[in-house]
Design a protein around this ligand. Structure first.
Ligand SMILES: [Zn+2]
Length: 88
């Protein structure tokens, strides 16, 4: 397969990312971040989290998710910029 292909490939299915709709990408990204980051947060903050109310806990985890999502996007943007420099 020598066709010109600047598409980013999906590590899940090997197809170009553009074949996925936004909702699928959002779900995969969120699932990936959760699988990757939740064990860290849990082992680091277990004691703290166990003392929180359910509302505080939900808030704390939502914040952690939002924070990780931003960090992850920022990382992706840097990566995409690096990749683009090779082609432009
Ligand atoms: Zn895929």
């Amino acid at each position: 397969m020598e066709e010109e292909n600047n598409n980013v490939i999906c590590p899940e299915c090997g197809e170009p990312f553009e074949k996925h709709n936004i909702a699928e990408l959002a779900e995969m990204t969120a699932a990936g971040i959760t699988n990757q980051e939740f064990p860290n947060i849990w082992s680091k903050k277990k004691q703290e989290l166990k003392q929180m109310s359910k509302k505080e806990l939900a808030e704390e985890m939502y914040f952690a998710g939002a924070f990780d999502m931003f960090s992850s996007f920022h990382g992706m943007i840097e990566k995409i910029k690096e990749e683009q420099d090779k082609y432009l």
